[in-house]
Design a protein around this ligand. Structure first.
Ligand code: SAH
Length: 208
């Protein structure tokens, strides 16, 4: 294996990622397939990198942390909002039974399809559309992950979440800073907790 991958996995463990399925997924998905040519030498650095259309490929630590935070059991369905280059979607497809990933920018949706082709992840479904509305046809989901941050979690996501499921979404806090929020659906209520501060691109409505 590429020593850079081994290094990265060691770093993620040091940063507290312990779910072996998540670590195995990051080992399996070649991040170099998702970054632009000029950033290839940084493909396994633990940093976010620019992709096209002003968007970013998330930091490996953040991808691992959010995937772990879903606390997926076996046979679980997941929805991702913001496919971008498709890296997080590929990681999710290694740990979930079925993954639906929506992107609102046509150019990126097409790019993700190209990036992912050789991985042959038959359980990963790429969708073009506005993820603010979720994807009702695939619901209910055991987990919903957003790769873009808004002021509040859209009601549609809450409706499409299974009881016992979790939403992990970057959300703007009252102080204006973004943090990762976890929403857990119980039979009676939504329980919210705030994890770490993050910097995601904004969640936007409509397609382009
Ligand atoms: N998941 C990516 C990160 C993508 S960046 C990774 O693996 O690295 C976030 C993406 O969210 C951008 O491509 C942006 O276009 C998209 N996005 C923002 N608002 C959206 C919406 N309402 N529906 C779908 N995608 C959205």
């Amino acid at each position: 294996m590429d020593t850079r991958v081994i290094q990265l996995l060691m770093e993620l463990r040091k940063q507290g990622i312990s779910d072996t399925r998540v670590l195995a997924a990051l080992e399996r998905v070649p991040r170099e397939q998702f970054v632009a040519e000029q950033f290839l030498k940084h493909a396994y650095d633990n940093i976010a990198l620019p992709i096209t259309q002003g968007q970013t490929i998330s930091q490996p630590y953040v991808v691992a942390y959010m995937t772990e935070a879903l606390q997926l059991g076996d046979r679980m369905k997941v929805l991702e909002i913001g496919t971008g280059c498709g890296y997080q979607a590929a990681v999710l497809a290694c740990v979930a039974t079925e993954v639906y990933s929506i992107e609102r920018l046509r150019g990126l949706h097409d790019k993700a399809r190209d990036n992912l082709r050789s991985l042959r992840l038959a359980n990963l479904h790429l969708l073009f559309g506005d993820g603010m509305a979720g994807y009702a046809k695939g619901a209910p989901y055991a987990g919903i992950i957003a790769a873009a941050g808004g002021d509040a979690v859209p009601q549609a996501w809450i409706e499409q979440l299974a009881v016992g499921g979790r939403i992990i979404a970057p959300t703007v806090m009252p102080d204006g800073a973004q943090a990762l929020v976890v929403l857990e659906k119980t039979a009676r209520e939504m329980k919210q907790s705030v994890l770490e501060p993050v910097h995601f691109v904004p969640l936007k409505s409509g397609i382009a």
